[in-house]
Design a protein around this ligand. Sequence first.
Ligand SMILES: Nc1ncnc2c1ncn2[C@@H]1O[C@H](COP(=O)(O)OP(=O)(O)OP(=O)(O)O)[C@@H](O)[C@H]1O
Ligand SMILES: [Mg+2]
Length: 333
Amino acid sequence: MALFSREYGFDFGTMNSVIVEGSQVVVMEPTVGAVVVSENKMVEWGQAARDMLGRVSDSIEVVRPLQHGVLAEFHVAEQLVQEMVRKAGTSRLFPPRIAITAPYGVTSVERRAVEEVALTASREVYFITQPVAAALGIDLPIGTPSGNMVISLGGGTNQAAVLAMWDVVTGMTAKTGGLSFDEAIISYVRKKFGVIIGQPTAEKLKISIGAAISEDETKSMEVQGQDQVSGLPKPVLITTEDIVDALEQPLNDLVTLVRHVLEKTPPELISDIIDRGVALCGGGALLTGIDKYLTKALGIPAYLVDNPMTCTAEGAAKALTMRNVLKRSLIKV
Ligand SMILES: Nc1ncnc2c1ncn2[C@@H]1O[C@H](COP(=O)(O)OP(=O)(O)OP(=O)(O)O)[C@@H](O)[C@H]1O
Ligand SMILES: [Mg+2]
């Protein structure tokens, strides 16, 4: 164990949390805690807790302490952050320095809450907004006066931001993300087949056979649901086309969000973005064909980055080494 204080970039996400030390991912776990209700004590966390979702008795509550990227359950979040920091290799004697993220545009109260949680596990906390961290993690040249655009497709948020001079010039966060995509699939399957499926099944469909636009090769997958009328188990065969149809509305909403941001962006920066393209990150960027879909809908080339799930934490870690230039966007708590 290192006898010095460590430095972590900490992306505290609605679905997944990632800790990066230097350029190394040291923790990547679902942001989930399992709590014994009577004692309000966390007994499992991360993947082990996620595996318990929907499968435990009432005495244990499986909790996602963040909703839409914002703290909803302080006590669980606190225990979770402490466990994650411990897993990253920190000893209690030498608490780390942490750069923690939150979605663009959170209120000062929401920001304070996440900072408070981070403070319970560290000696020094910095705050950085997610689009800036993501851009740093993707190595976009945001220190220049030219425009760069990042779209972060998370589990609980979709964020679009234009960055220049180390900061967000225009940006917007929607409280819709991968979970809303899953809900759209659930509602489509109920309407079309009269079958009720759960969120984990909807997510599995989205990841395994889903796409944003029709593919030449369509896939299919049989899933188990519950007949809406009889309540009995019923298998149903879902195809890629079904998922494309189901996701039409949430994808439209995403395009509207990005358009709003572009409308508010100065024209000089827009022309830079047209030249450079729009970087897509977050787990939702892994949806098959979403780059092609957005390129067509926006008229600007959109591309998937190499590290969509880890760039925000990587950028937060990098930010700690750039404190002198990031004065406005890396804020000491
Ligand atoms: N191959 C894939 N296709 C489509 N969606 C995917 C794929 N892989 C992961 N996802 C989705 O990505 C989302 C999780 O992404 P990520 O870990 O970036 O979110 P987060 O950072 O926890 O959330 P947020 O940034 O909104 O707080 C989930 O909704 C998941 O279903
Ligand atoms: Mg995220």
